[in-house]
Design a protein around this ligand. Sequence first.
Ligand code: AMP
Length: 397
Amino acid sequence: MKILVLNCGSSSLKYQVIDMDTRNPIAKGLVERIGNQGAVLTHCTALQEKEIVKTEIENHTKAIELVLKQLVAPETGAIKDLKEIYAIGHRVVHGGEKFAKSVIIDDSVMQALKDCIELAPLHNPPNIAGIQACQKMMPGIPQVAVFDTAFHQTMKPSSYIYGLPYEYYEKYGIRKYGFHGTSHKYVSQRAAILLKKPIEDLKIISCHLGNGASIAAIRGGRSVETSMGFTPLDGLLMGTRSGALDPAVVTYIMCRQNFTVDQMNDFLNSKCGALGVSGISSDFRDIEVAAEQGNMRAQLALDIFEHDVKQFIGSYAAVMGGVDALIFTAGVGENSVSMRASVCKNMSYLGINLDLEKNKVRGEEVDVSQANSRCSVLVIPTNEELMIALDTLELTK
Ligand code: AMP
């Protein structure tokens, strides 16, 4: 049984076809620069053969058309006929408060997704465009929406209501939603399997540390706290996003720099974070190299990131009354040996004891804690696509 997983960004489209018998992708790829000059599709087969197609791709409908053509291409295609696709799973960024779980897409769900556009103006429109394109080109094949926000819908009001007049929550839906839910859910479920314990008995802190980064406290398999908020800007310092700020900083910069609302939004999302502090790059690999060469601002960016991660771990352990497993995932979490080591330094008061030898791994599912560590420290490569495919299969079979 094969599931097509689609992740439509504003100018990009990532896709995978997953064979649910083996749980492995049989084809995957990326379309970039949709709607711009120089659009390109990079398609990879299960044998890791790469096919690059450069052509004009005006919109998401055209992008999906091209992807579907590639999937059934005689030489590099993964399938013979689109009818082999059992169902389609879409990553949808914002489900607001309407969706605490993945859902089969019908007219009422489409309307609800449109209602959420105000909450995620950059993300939800391309998600909707992707769904509509599939409805047109693959009619009759069931489609499922899997939301980044859904996993965090279990938070209590005391965790998600901001210190604003309550009417702003009622009128505008202003509250903490949290993101990366599919990743936090996947790695926390994997952790329970690796530790051979029921997830209901575990207190887990999951650190999704990539270009976008967030931390979640997961008690008994349910998200109880997370660091991203109303939007993905909140929480940790990230590649290009500022993370949490005193809100007064926003209005102060707008006045000093004469920024419009759009300019300020763009500034906070794409010019701040590790890029802004280091002045070098948003890529943690570049920053680590520069720091090793003695660049003080690169070192400062790493120090702030490590400090932020530590601070959230401490506060989430306080909220849950302890922690049984600490998970590192996403680009930095899975690959940066030094970042994991600095975060876990001096954390034995929480039962976190990293084994520095075992920690020398990249991108593998491994327990890197010392044998006597009260809290297990786990590196778990995330797999949001598989999680989306599993939810899609569950709802459609
Ligand atoms: P993601 O958003 O999950 O794809 O993660 C992207 C981030 O992971 C980038 O900042 C990369 O620099 C970082 N990353 C990937 N590999 C490494 C590595 N070996 N060491 C440090 N950071 C890495």
